[in-house]
Write a protein that binds this ligand. Structure first.
Ligand code: KG4
Ligand code: ZN
Length: 360
């Protein structure tokens, strides 16, 4: 069964064709990073406009590169939640229109749940070879989903049967990476630029406190970001009234690298600690990590060291936003769910995975 996936929830316009929820036939991602770089973060109106310009060519390219035609496509899956409302609308309307036009069933899916399904892609028929996992994860499966908008731990009993163990109460971990990068004068997106700067740094140069939270599996990264800000202010000898955008110019490269490495250590140690606690409590058969921050080598290494089971990782290209993960999840949804009427599909910018398990 061939599924066309469409993704536009934030700042990547993407389309992909995936067979039977496991074989990747095409994966087209048009990133807006260069547009948003100038602002140090995603500007919602600019993102929506940019999606409108490229959505049709991106979908066309994904079908062409897959080697299949519209006649071969069995269904369309689209991320209709959560994300930026203007961005979600572009992909969702495109998917609904194409579903009606070509008479294909339509499956709206949750973007963060989609990230988890990047781990189910184990084969590819074309394109640059990716380092894919050797097999699909087995259930029960513990998932750590960490991106620019989300930090959550989810226990999956089976496809569509899951519950949220905990999530961030304030900033997502990727958001903290992006904000700390800004403080340190490193380019957007913060994840890769902090990882790069951290290589030359001493991860023990600075210590930052762990957030104390009521929920064992909840996260909070806003305090960590503020702790970095205060430490940078102390380091350069100014107080909290000093403009934060002028701090970076006063840091030398060695101190900047030390801050990057220390922040990365504390953020990743928090993620690993909670994942290990959940592993010990729920004894899953597999553990997966998903989302843009899952591309981080330091996080992967720490997790592998701390868990008693081997973890296979999705390639970096499938960790950051893409439509292959949406098509993959769409396949499993199509096995158990009725399609949605294209004229009735809605976007849900704040939909939590607390409410989205689709099998009981
Ligand atoms: O999943 P994603 O592409 O988009 C969202 O759904 O948010 O994640 C983007 C986030 C950004 O905050 C970016 O800084 C972070 O993932 N990221 C990384 C790395 N690559 C991207 N964080 C840490 N290490 C990386 N190598
Ligand atoms: Zn994402």
């Amino acid at each position: 069964m061939l599924i066309l996936g469409i993704e536009s929830s934030c700042d990547e316009t993407a389309a992909s064709v995936v067979e039977d929820g496991t074989i990747l036939h095409s994966n087209v991602v048009q990133s807006q990073v260069d547009i948003h770089k100038a602002y140090g973060g995603v500007v919602p109106e600019v993102a929506a406009r940019s999606h409108i310009e490229v959505i049709n060519p991106v979908i066309h390219q994904a079908i062409e590169e897959s080697g299949f035609s519209w006649d071969d496509i069995d269904a369309i899956a689209v991320a209709n939640a959560p994300g930026l409302i203007g961005s979600l609308l572009v992909g969702t309307l495109a998917a609904a229109t194409l579903a009606k036009l070509h008479g294909k069933p339509l499956y709206p899916v949750h973007h963060v749940e989609g990230h988890v399904y990047a781990n189910f892609i184990t084969k590819q028929s074309a394109g640059d070879p990716l380092e894919l996992p050797s097999k699909q994860p087995s259930f029960p499966m513990l998932a750590l989903a960490v991106s620019g908008l989300h930090s959550q731990l989810i226990m999956f009993e089976d496809h569509g049967k899951y519950h949220l163990l905990g999530e961030t109460l304030d900033d997502a971990v990727g958001e903290a990476y992006d904000k700390v990068a800004k403080i340190l004068g490193l380019p957007y997106p913060g994840g890769p630029s902090i990882a790069k700067a951290a290589v030359d740094g001493d991860e023990n140069a600075f210590d930052f406190p762990d957030a104390k939270l009521k929920g064992v599996y909840d996260f909070s990264f806003s305090g960590l970001k503020t702790a970095v800000l205060r430490a940078v202010q102390r380091e350069v000898g100014v107080d909290h009234t000093f403009p934060s955008f002028e701090l970076a110019a006063r840091l030398d490269d060695a101190t900047r690298a030390n801050f990057a490495a220390s922040f990365q250590r504390v953020a990743n140690q928090t993620l690993v600690k909670k994942t290990v606690t959940a592993f010990n409590e729920f004894k899953p058969a597999s553990v997966v990590i998903a989302g843009g921050v899952a591309a981080d080598r330091d996080l992967r290494r720490r997790l592998a060291e701390a868990l008693p089971v081997a973890v296979e990782y999705a390639p970096r290209q499938l960790c950051t936003d893409n439509a292959a993960m949406i098509a993959t999840l769409g396949y499993y949804k199509s096995l158990y769910c009725e399609p949605t009427d294209p004229e009735a599909v809605e976007v849900k910018p704040t939909l939590s995975m607390n409410e989205t398990a689709w099998r009981t």
